[in-house]
Design a protein around this ligand. Structure first.
Ligand code: TEU
Ligand code: CA
Length: 532
């Protein structure tokens, strides 16, 4: 791994909800340009930008109709280049979102593909004959219903692991692979620094399996091909969005010799607090498991395969609404950051996380926008098992829209996000705007700034070896060690205070603390970094 790959502290921008400058209620590239100094002030060095390509918007841009353009609602390619320059001049790298498991059904390739069986683009997608007048297999799409859609015109089904407006590309076709490699080179040649790779382990299908999904037999081959043809020559960084991997599988995808991806996200801890991982079915969070899972990944990856430290993104409700404590909003928000970002790995922060945002309140179904939420509501309702009230509670708990409402910049109307009508509701709570937190030493925002600065200036927080000394579900202690320098990360994940664990040295220096003092006890949700 290159040094800058290891040092990444990334901030994810969901452009639709970041900052609107022309009053159409949709965030835009000019809005990002206007906030570059804010991003710099946070201490991040990389931005991951969620898709901003032309798209009909069935899945908020994850259904791309042109891989080489910029959506008109976000701006122009020239504005994009201006943004990229603005980032680079501030020492910030840019990761684009690479969504190549599927395109939009309005992408020219698919328009051609569906037009006839002998069209040259037919094999760009996955078409199958009906089996006994039915779908070719039982696979279910992530957003509900069959993963196969029948197309009258040619009498065949096409595969879509997500919505039916997101047909899956056929990676077995070498022409598809070449098109994607060319497209990656197009952005890298422009100066982009790398990619976050959407559901990337799905690009090779395993049709022998009963459940829809990827990790198919040719995954490694396809990724290596992209590496050789596009990524490696540019020294690009990649992070794969790869749900459900084991550390061993992640190692296979990221080991230097194989040349595939740089890193992969792991989201296992984000399944906690949900019955069997079902995002619409809450249960109490197992706090011991939270730390154990993170530790498993710290131990499970090798010296040259970096874990990715993440707790929020645009697919998740706000972490604090599940893992935090509303009686201790500041303490639990800063504790979670201190616990997670003290570990070894590449850092990802999702917009608004640095303010300690909680889930917004949705009062009715028509306040939701997300296709997954709306489909889930419809499917759960059709079971006839839940009252409307129960259904709304489920959506409030699990909807992706909880993480997609606009950033509250100021205390003005709509949080200063837009002068117009926002595309989705805004939630502006007292004390939770950038304006209020910026100058307040005791804000979550300034804790994030401190954390990132302390981390940057403490050598062992980079490559230091991780060791878990204690985790009883309420208190945890781990160390990071490098060249004789050790940092102890001591965390109380509980509302009651406790005596200091014995393994914590008494003569170490406090370098980060979410309380004003550090004594013989650990306060509720206190988290401290101690250097020895
Ligand atoms: O998400 C893939 C994914 O598996 C889930 O996180 C998804 O949000 C859903 O909850 C599955 O039930 C990626 C993107 O991050 C997501 O926004 C897209 O909708 C999806 O791929 C399709 O491109
Ligand atoms: Ca706009």
């Amino acid at each position: 791994m290159k040094q800058w790959h290891k040092d990444i502290v990334a901030y994810q921008i969901y452009p639709k909800s970041f900052c609107d400058t022309n009053g159409d209620g949709i965030g835009d590239i000019k809005g990002i340009i206007g906030k570059l100094d804010y991003l710099k002030s946070l201490g991040i060095n990389t931005v991951w930008l969620s898709p901003c390509y032309p798209s009909p918007g069935d899945d908020n841009g994850y259904d791309i109709s042109d891989y080489r353009g910029i959506a008109s609602e976000y701006g122009t390619l020239d504005e994009f280049k201006e943004m990229l320059d603005g980032m680079h001049s501030r020492g910030i790298k840019l990761l684009m979102d690479l969504v190549v498991n599927h395109t939009s059904d309005e992408h020219e390739w698919f328009v051609q593909s569906r037009s006839s069986k002998d069209n040259p683009y037919r094999d760009y997608y996955i078409w199958r004959d009906p089996v006994d007048d039915h779908e070719p297999n039982e696979w279910v799409a992530a957003f509900g219903g069959s993963a196969w859609e029948y197309d009258e015109l040619t009498g065949q089904y096409y595969l879509h692991l997500f919505s039916k407006k997101q047909p899956d590309l056929n990676w077995e076709n070498p022409k598809v692979r070449q098109e994607i490699a060319d497209m990656i080179n197009y952005w890298l040649d422009m100066g982009v620094d790398g990619f976050r790779c959407d559901v990337i382990n799905n690009i090779s299908k395993d049709f022998t399996r009963a459940y829809a999904g990827g990790n198919g037999p040719r995954l490694h081959e396809y990724l290596h091909e992209l590496h050789v043809k596009a990524l490696e020559p540019h020294g690009a960084f990649t992070v794969g969005e790869t749900w459900g991997l084991t550390p061993a599988q992640a190692l296979d995808l990221t080991s230097e010799e194989r040349g595939e991806l740089t890193t992969t996200f792991q989201f296992e801890h984000l399944l906690l607090g949900r019955v069997n991982g079902d995002k619409f079915d809450p249960e109490p969070v197992d706090r011991k498991a939270f730390v154990d899972i993170l530790a498993k990944w710290e131990y499970g990856l090798s010296e040259d395969s970096y874990p990715v430290l993440v707790m929020e993104n645009h697919d998740q409700p706000r972490a604090l609404s599940r893992f935090g404590d509303k009686n201790y909003p500041y303490e639990s928000a800063t504790m979670l950051a201190s616990l997670l970002y003290g570990m070894r790995g590449v850092i990802f922060i999702y917009q608004g996380q640095e303010l300690g945002l909680h889930d917004p309140i949705f009062n009715s179904l028509d306040e939701y926008r997300d296709i997954e939420t709306l489909n889930a509501y419809r499917d759960l309702k059709s079971l006839g098992k839940f009252s409307d009230e129960e259904l709304l509670r489920k959506m409030q708990f699990g909807s992706r829209d909880c993480g997609r409402t606009p950033i509250p910049w100021t205390t003005e109307k709509e949080g200063g996000f837009t002068n117009g009508t926002p595309w989705i509701k805004t939630q502006v709570d007292k004390g939770y705007t950038v304006e209020e937190q910026d100058g307040d030493e005791k804000s979550v925002l300034n804790f994030y700034r401190r954390l990132l600065s302390v981390r940057r200036s403490t050598a062992c927080m980079g490559d230091g070896r991780f060791e878990l000394l204690l985790n009883d579900g309420k208190t945890s202690v781990y160390t990071r060690t490098l060249d004789g320098e050790t940092v102890y990360v001591v965390t109380r994940f509980d509302e009651n205070e406790c005596v200091m664990p014995e393994c914590v040295p008494t003569d170490a220096k406090v370098i980060l603390n979410n309380y004003d003092s550090f004594g013989n006890t650990l306060k509720p949700y206190q988290s401290v970094w101690l250097k020895k």
